[in-house]
Design a protein around this ligand. Structure first.
Ligand SMILES: C[S@@+](CC[C@H](N)C(=O)[O-])C[C@H]1O[C@@H](n2cnc3c(N)ncnc32)[C@H](O)[C@@H]1O
Length: 303
């Protein structure tokens, strides 16, 4: 119920200018009108007629209602912002600030042959063809995973997310989409439910790690991943170098159908500082950075 209400905050955010200008105009009009009447009555002893007085009261009531609406607007907008910023589940769904993020990024990556480059680079470190079970805990629509599963037919690729997109790629053959809401913090629970105790590869591109970069959350997530990772298993995530903040801002603001660069830092940039300080990481993983440019990836190997 609270979420449903806050969703309106996200709708309002999209219609922000229109809603604000209607409410603002109403408020301004009633304020000016009341002020004029007030000055006329108090300064010039203006004798307002009954019909005028009624209209005056009506405008005052409208102003009160408008103030109430404005307050409601602020509350909904704030909760909408909260959802977008702190509950990733909502930012990627309808009205969320990242509603079209996946499709735009996928199109951009396709143009850059990103997945082909990544698979090519990973070859030296991970034999994808030998991976029996892989998990993408925050796969959104699952398009990349589907393509990997097509190429490596012996790998059972499990995909899920905390925010299930209605247009995700449905399960077929060795690609399996778990369409219940699944939090990466609880991988063991949901994998056990489908009879899997260990995976050899965790594929987490701009996903749960990215969204849980603060130290205590990162630690919790690392422990969650460790609980299902085979010995010598891998965690893979994007590690391209920091991009200019201005470029990110411009791309975010532009309402284009396709990006012309990424609109956020890579997972590695985001978690680097806290990762290298983290005891769970230091005791359990080796890290290697492979590839170049946007296809640069971080590979954590369980030791
Ligand atoms: C930027 S998208 C990345 C999607 C996809 N991995 C890709 O490469 O395009 C981030 C995804 O992470 C998911 N996510 C964030 N926190 C999560 C969590 N704790 N558990 C599972 N998924 C999470 C979001 O719902 C969203 O679908």
């Amino acid at each position: 119920m609270l979420y449903k209400l806050s969703e309106w905050g996200q709708v309002l955010k999209k219609r922000q200018r229109l809603v604000l200008s209607i409410l603002g105009t109403l408020l301004l009009f009633s304020f000016i009108y009341n002020l004029v009447i007030f000055v006329l009555v108090t300064r010039f002893n203006y004798n307002i007629s009954d019909s005028h007085r009624n209209f005056f009261n009506l405008v005052s009531i409208a102003a009160y209602i408008d103030c109430g609406l404005l307050a409601l607007y602020v509350i909904l907008r704030t909760s909408g912002n909260y959802l977008n910023d702190y509950v990733p589940k909502f930012s990627y769904s309808k009205y969320g600030n990242l509603e079209n993020w996946y499709d735009k990024t996928f199109a951009y990556n396709q143009r850059k042959l990103w997945l082909n480059n990544v698979i090519h680079n990973l070859k030296d470190v991970i034999q994808l063809a030998n991976i029996k079970v892989a998990l993408s805990p925050s796969g959104n629509q699952g398009k990349y995973e589907y393509n990997i599963a097509r190429e490596f037919s012996k790998t059972r690729f499990i995909v899920t997310d905390i925010s299930i997109q209605p247009d995700h790629i449905p399960s077929s053959e060795n690609y399996e989409y778990l369409s219940a809401i699944n939090n990466a913090m609880h991988v063991k629970t949901y994998l056990t439910n489908i009879g899997i105790s260990k995976v050899e590869l965790i594929w987490d591109i701009k996903g749960a790690f990215w969204h849980n970069h603060r130290s205590w959350k990162l630690n919790k997530l690392l422990k969650s991943y460790l609980s299902i990772l085979e010995d010598n298993g891998f965690i893979v995530f994007d590690a391209y170098d920091e991009i200019e903040k201005d470029k990110i801002k411009i791309n975010k603001r532009r309402n284009v159908s396709e990006w012309d660069s990424y609109i956020e830092d890579s997972t590695y940039t985001k978690i680097k500082k806290n990762l290298h300080r983290n005891k769970t990481f230091k005791e359990n993983f080796n890290i290697s950075i492979i590839g170049e440019g946007e296809a640069k990836m971080a590979v954590l190997k369980k030791i």
